[in-house]
Design a protein around this ligand. Structure first.
Ligand code: ADP
Length: 517
């Protein structure tokens, strides 16, 4: 839908829709009556806030919780959206302001507490202000048998009839009786367009791998899937070109795609991809909107996506036909560093940057997960699921070990060098590698020098990557990416908390057979 993606990014600060959101946004914007059932935390508010901005006139939002309404209004205003609330919690001044914005036809979203609907004047007022949509949050409150029943919710059906505008109802309560009751009371028994689907895409195989030599890893993945159409997502435009070339040289039918190409060239690639059966497109995230191909058999990420939402959206392009599809996401310490610095160096306000770090952390948690990826992924979107049997971790559970001591040694190397160094130098210190830099800074004199000889360089790289993945350390852009400890690491440093790491990234020297006896 034109405009929706731009608003999503510019107003709400999200780089991708969450599962289910896009379809609901489209239906609501098109003026359908909608009943959407989404788990708590799934992102329901966006499903009426975004359409409110795309539609003419005012969207009236009915919500039972005053505190929640005020939070939403505050957040919308901070994002530059004209929103207001009429609740019993208002000061006279606030109410006056809302009225003025309504009179001037500026307001896009008007939040109303359900008890306001009981006042005789409410209907007249709502008639005058040009309401074009009613959104009902926590719609299960209309159910007389539920424990959240709010008698005032029963007036909403009346309101819809009187205003004769579309209504979108949202709830996390999925049982059939409640749904039927919502349809009866809010929609007069006329079935609205309903959205109740789980977020799971069971035919998509999920797998992640630590980035080792990405070109080789992607080539091997593609070689094992000869003559199937797939997408490789890359972090940069330049990489799409070099990787597409490498794939062609290896005998694949491959081309690149990115936002820097002429519109005509991009259309040609989209057209070829939709019509050819065996094409691999190596692309930036710019590739996707114009793609509607049900039989994409695989999606690979040569670089870590931006957030868990982007990840879900990108892998979700595979296997729309329901037949088995496969995915591989590569990630390494450099990806984490890059994504963190993109957030830190962006122009977003501090709260949004914090939220962006949180969403990146969620993706890293998925990348470094120790058990079923689907459980972790769907859990993030509020859905519970049993272990799936269709991800790399279900197939080959990782060997884990108590990484507490290794992490404490690494933290100690960081702190004893005043948080001024990056992974390479820290590993030199831990493994007792006397480089010129180590000697020049007298780091061979530190008590930490050589305390990590039991683990080799690669092993330490894995430990540092996992530490970044668990957000125990963060690269500081103002110190050329030097690693700094976060608050989350403190309990481990104090020996109050244990941490489990994956063995596969740790190659312990002492476990190898000795070269010379
Ligand atoms: P619900 O009402 O379904 O419980 P909310 O609308 O409050 O959920 O959203 C839950 C969280 O998800 C909020 O922090 C919101 O900022 C975030 N969120 C919603 N949509 C997206 C998206 N597309 N990308 C990233 N975060 C999102």
């Amino acid at each position: 839908m034109p405009g929706a993606a731009t608003l999503l990014r510019d107003v709400f600060g999200f780089d991708a829709f969450r599962p289910g959101q896009e379809d609901i946004v489209m239906a609501v914007t098109n003026g359908e009556n909608v009943l959407a059932i989404m788990p708590t935390g799934g992102g329901k508010s966006l499903c009426f806030q975004l359409p409110a901005l795309l539609r003419e006139g005012v969207t009236v939002v009915i919500s039972p919780l005053i505190a929640l309404m005020r939070d939403q209004v505050r957040a919308l205003r901070a994002a530059g959206v004209e929103a207001g609330a009429l609740t019993s919690g208002n000061t006279d001044e606030e109410t006056e302001e809302v009225w003025q914005a309504l009179d001037e036809r500026r307001l896009k979203l008007l939040y109303i507490a359900p008890e306001r609907l009981a006042a005789g004047s409410a209907l007249g007022m709502l008639r005058r202000i040009g309401v074009s949509l009613i959104a009902v949050d926590e719609a299960h409150c209309v159910s007389q048998w539920g424990h959240d029943f709010r008698p005032d919710y029963l007036r909403i059906g009346e309101l819809r009839r009187a205003l004769n505008v579309p209504l979108a109802a949202f709830t996390a309560t999925a049982d059939a009786e409640t749904r039927d009751e919502i349809v009866e009371k809010l929609f007069d028994g006329q079935a609205p367009q309903s959205f109740l689907h789980g977020f799971d895409r069971p035919n998509i195989h999920l797998s992640f791998a630590a980035k080792d030599s990405p070109r080789r890893q992607i080539l091997e993945f593609a070689d094992a899937r000869k003559s199937q159409s797939g997408i490789v997502y890359c972090g940069t435009r330049a990489k799409t070109e070099t990787l597409a070339k490498a794939l062609r040289e290896a005998g694949h039918n491959a081309c690149h795609y990115h936002g820097g190409m002429e519109a005509e060239d991009r259309r040609i690639v989209e057209g070829r991809f939709n019509s050819e059966d065996e094409l691999i497109v190596v692309a930036t995230v710019a590739f996707g909107m114009g793609v509607d191909k049900p039989d994409i058999r695989w999606v690979a990420h040569a670089d870590l996506p931006k957030s868990i939402e982007s990840y879900y959206q990108e892998i979700g392009r595979a296997g729309r036909d329901g037949a088995p599809a496969e995915t591989l996401t590569l990630f390494g310490a450099d990806d984490i560093r890059l994504r963190r610095s993109q957030i830190d160096e962006g122009l977003a306000p501090p709260e949004r940057r914090m939220a962006d770090h949180g969403r990146l952390n969620a993706l890293l948690g998925l990348a470094e997960a120790l058990e079923c990826r689907r459980v972790t992924l769907l859990g993030y979107f509020g859905e519970t699921h049993g272990t799936c049997g269709n991800c790399d971790l279900c197939e080959t559970p990782p060997e884990t070990f108590d990484g507490t001591q290794a992490v404490r040694k690494a933290l100690s190397a960081i702190l004893r060098t005043d948080e001024w160094f990056g992974t390479g130098h820290l590993i030199d210190i831990l493994t007792g590698n006397e480089t010129d830099k180590v000697r020049a800074r007298r780091h061979d004199q530190l008590p930490t020098f050589g305390v990590g000889r039991d683990i080799d360089r690669r092993g330490w790289q894995g430990v540092f990557r996992q530490m970044m993945g668990h957000d125990l350390v963060r690269p500081d852009p103002e110190r050329h990416g030097a690693l700094r400890m976060t608050e989350a690491a403190r309990p481990i440093l104090r020996d109050e908390q244990l941490i489990t790491l994956r063995r596969d990234t740790l190659v312990s020297k002492s476990r190898r057979p000795a070269a010379k006896a």
